[in-house]
Design a protein around this ligand. Structure first.
Ligand SMILES: Nc1ncnc2c1ncn2[C@@H]1O[C@H](COP(=O)(O)OP(=O)(O)OP(=O)(O)O)[C@@H](O)[C@H]1O
Length: 346
């Protein structure tokens, strides 16, 4: 696991833990989380639904009290010293409330007055998120993507150094997602630190400099995106296509050789394969002839799947079904899949 050592940190948590009480007893939201977010750049805070991202963000912002552990923002312990640092932080955790009949500009002017930000910032932040041309339109006529960009504009009124966005692209169409991504990248390029949570790894992979990947409230990987993917590439994966009637035998041949096999449509994704020749030989020796054999590039999702394969016995991605179940936890194996689908199943 790559660790973000030696960097100046915008956010650091140590052993952060939060449990929730419910009728079914206690459930763990965050379990001993050590998070390190370097100053500057986009940091993706990634993990499946329910892995503790929102809980962590709420703890950082003083909205939820941790059971245990510590958290700092720019070296200030939070929530104890949050008032000292809160002016340097802008966050979207829930959908902010705007007046539907007011224009975006009027909404921001009201907000600026309310939080003591200079009114002159309003036009600057509208420009920053690309809403200048629509600034006089009523909020209620905005698309979801525009509403989200306005929410980001609101967080920028005080010109914060750290921006925290919890799943900012939820519910947006591809064009809206791209706009938010570009906005976040632009903010980081100005020197700000952007912490963005998402359960869609590939979406953030495109703009993140560094990431922390969590599962079940724990950190499973952190580091520079390029390093994590590079480590994943070391344990290569291969896509194999055989005749449909040979799929079952091919799966069992490869699994009996200790490989993790997943079904993807009419192909098999073989993780930890070493090289394609090994797969080809193993199948050929059993009389299974390969129709396609493609070495795959690692991506963040495949890194995540490799690291958490043993933690999600019932889990799957919507890309393909794991065909290997039970047994001892496999060694972290990195696979890769091309294509646009990137959601990670919990
Ligand atoms: N207020 C609450 N009461 C009880 N359990 C909660 C509460 N908030 C979160 N949890 C539980 O804590 C765990 C972590 O949830 P959290 O919302 O932090 O995860 P997440 O990674 O942000 O997920 P998502 O992507 O779905 O928002 C989940 O099991 C969730 O059900």
């Amino acid at each position: 696991m790559a660790v973000l050592d030696g960097a100046d940190l915008a956010i650091e948590t140590r052993g952060l833990r939060k449990t929730y009480r419910s009728v079914r007893g206690r459930s763990v939201g965050v379990e001993g989380l050590d998070l390190r977010v370097p100053v500057g750049g986009v940091h993706g805070f990634l993990g499946p639904n329910g892995s503790g991202k929102t809980t962590t963000i709420r703890m950082l912002l003083g909205l939820v009290r941790p059971d245990r552990g510590t958290a700092t923002i720019f070296g200030h312990e939070v929530p104890k010293r949050l008032p000292e640092v809160v002016g340097r932080v802008g966050a979207i955790v829930e959908s902010p409330k705007f007046f539907p009949s007011f224009s975006a500009r009027r909404n921001l002017l009201l907000l600026a007055d309310g939080i003591g930000a200079p009114r002159a910032r309003v036009d600057a932040v509208l420009d920053e998120v690309g809403l200048t041309g629509r600034a006089k339109d009523r909020y209620k006529g905005y698309s979801l993507g525009m509403k989200q960009r306005l929410a980001i504009a609101a967080t920028l009124l005080k010109d914060p150094d750290l921006l925290i966005f919890d799943e900012p692209t939820n519910g947006l169409d591809p064009a809206g997602i791209r706009e938010i991504r570009q906005t976040m990248r632009g903010l980081a390029d100005q020197g700000k630190t952007v912490l963005v949570s998402s359960h869609i790894l590939a979406e953030v992979e495109q703009i993140a400099d560094t990431v922390s990947i969590v599962a079940r409230g724990r950190l499973v990987a952190s580091g520079r995106v390029a390093d994590l993917i590079g480590e994943g590439a070391g344990a290569s994966s291969v896509r194999v296509r055989v005749a449909p009637e040979d799929t079952t035998i091919a799966t069992s041949v490869l699994e009996s050789g200790g490989l993790l096999v997943r079904r993807e449509h009419d192909a098999l994704l073989v993780d930890g394969a070493g090289d394609a020749a090994q797969v080809n030989r193993a199948l050929g020796e059993r009389g299974v002839w390969v129709r396609e054999l493609t070495p795959m590039q690692a991506d963040l999702e495949s890194v995540f799947l490799g690291l958490t394969a043993h933690e999600t016995p019932g889990g799957h991605t919507h890309r393909g079904e794991r065909t290997k179940r039970g047994g001892p936890p496999p060694e972290p194996a990195h696979s890769a899949q091309p294509g646009p689908t990137t959601e990670v199943g919990a």
